[in-house]
Design a binder for this molecule. Structure first.
Ligand code: 13P
Ligand code: SF4
Length: 346
């Protein structure tokens, strides 16, 4: 039987420009080695339309492939090597519940504009598009929040409570203008928890989702590093709790973290609070020049579901495989939400 790496090399060579393999920065080194395009969520979403390829294989989690399927041209097909690679944070907001909450919040005539982090299902993006809202990524959350504030009387930010609060802090939205929704992210009837009057005087309404991988980092770790290595720099992803963001030297998307490592002076020690595959790759890349370490080794098990074996299998079955699709009734409003973001951040 052919070695999976040889299968990938053979099919890539044979298909040339008609195939493009995209990979998120959290993919393993083994998978990343075969990608044609790497990026953060915003960069990958932007690239889809300009790719010549007819077959696009997305090495990342499902919402990324789904966004690609919404934004791609009709002649393109999107594949993901494992459809069970979902994002637990994205699963913390369900389209139906988001609609229910928006309906409750708008009962008193206030226009609440939803802004969803790209880590959300197509169904959520569709609801957001329908209610006049848009999408953001960790790279443009502040820009998109400023945009959303201007569109109505208040903003519902979902699903990530930490990115929400970090963006609000950066824009100076006062605490008294904010409310963290007391809605269970998965279970229960929102009518039991949420009332329109609850948010009457609030400009910024926050859905209580979070990323379990970034939740692993703690302030204690940062304080211990500060005490032991005062010269060390610490940067984190904005999916981390605001207390960690406040205690760090910088925060931003995966692309920001990569740039930070690249631009740090020779000899610097940098602790990075994000998914460990990316941090280890940077550590290897700058070995002997700079010391790069994870705050702690926190791995995204869903990103890790994409393996070289599954990539090889996907490539071997491209013509017969079922591509990632989104039904028209969801695709159109979800596309509207995504395109609003791409327009604002063009
Ligand atoms: P980026 O858009 O910064 O790459 O982040 C995506 C993600 O899932 C982080 O957990
Ligand atoms: Fe989702 Fe967190 Fe994994 Fe990113 S790292 S894909 S937010 S679970």
């Amino acid at each position: 039987m052919e070695n999976p790496k040889d299968t990938i090399i053979r099919i890539k060579e044979a298909m040339g420009e008609s195939l493009s393999i995209l990979g998120h920065h959290y993919q393993s080194d083994e998978v990343i080695a075969f990608t044609d395009v790497r990026g953060d969520s915003l960069e990958l979403a932007r690239k889809i339309n300009d790719l010549k390829a007819k077959h696009i294989v997305f090495c990342g989690v499902f919402f990324m492939a789904e966004s690609a399927a919404i934004l791609c041209r009709p002649d393109q097909k999107i594949h993901i090597p494992d459809t069970s690679a979902t994002c637990p944070m994205a699963d913390m907001a369900e389209g139906k519940r988001v609609r229910q909450v928006l309906d409750i919040l708008q009962k008193n005539g206030r226009k609440i504009v939803p802004l969803t982090y790209v880590n959300s299902s197509a169904a959520v993006k569709a609801v957001v598009g329908e209610y006049g809202g848009s999408v953001c990524t960790s790279a443009n959350a502040q820009t998109m929040l400023s945009w959303a504030i201007k569109q109505g009387d208040g903003v519902l930010f979902l699903p990530d409570k930490h990115l929400a609060r970090n963006s609000a802090n950066a824009l100076g939205i006062p605490e008294e203008e904010r409310i963290l929704l007391p809605v269970d992210v998965i279970e229960g009837d929102p009518e039991l928890y949420v009332t329109p009057s609850m948010t009457d005087d609030k400009q910024f309404i926050i859905w209580p989702g979070y990323c379990p991988i970034h939740e692993e980092f703690s302030l204690d770790t940062i304080e211990a590093i500060r005490a032991a290595e005062p010269e060390a720099r610490i940067v984190v992803h904005p999916e981390c709790d605001p207390a960690l963001v406040h205690a760090s030297d910088g925060n931003g998307s995966t692309t920001y973290l990569i740039k930070y490592a690249a631009e740090a002076p020779q000899g610097a020690t940098i602790y990075i609070g994000t998914e460990v595959n990316l941090v280890n790759r940077l550590a290897d890349q700058y070995k002997g020049e700079k010391t790069i370490k994870p705050l702690i080794a926190s791995q995204c098990d869903d990103m890790a579901k994409i393996t070289v074996e599954k990539l090889a299998h996907t490539l071997d079955n491209l013509e017969t495989a079922t591509p990632v699709t989104v039904s028209d009734s969801i695709k159109e409003p979800a596309k509207l939400a995504l395109e609003r973001m791409l327009k604002v951040c063009s």
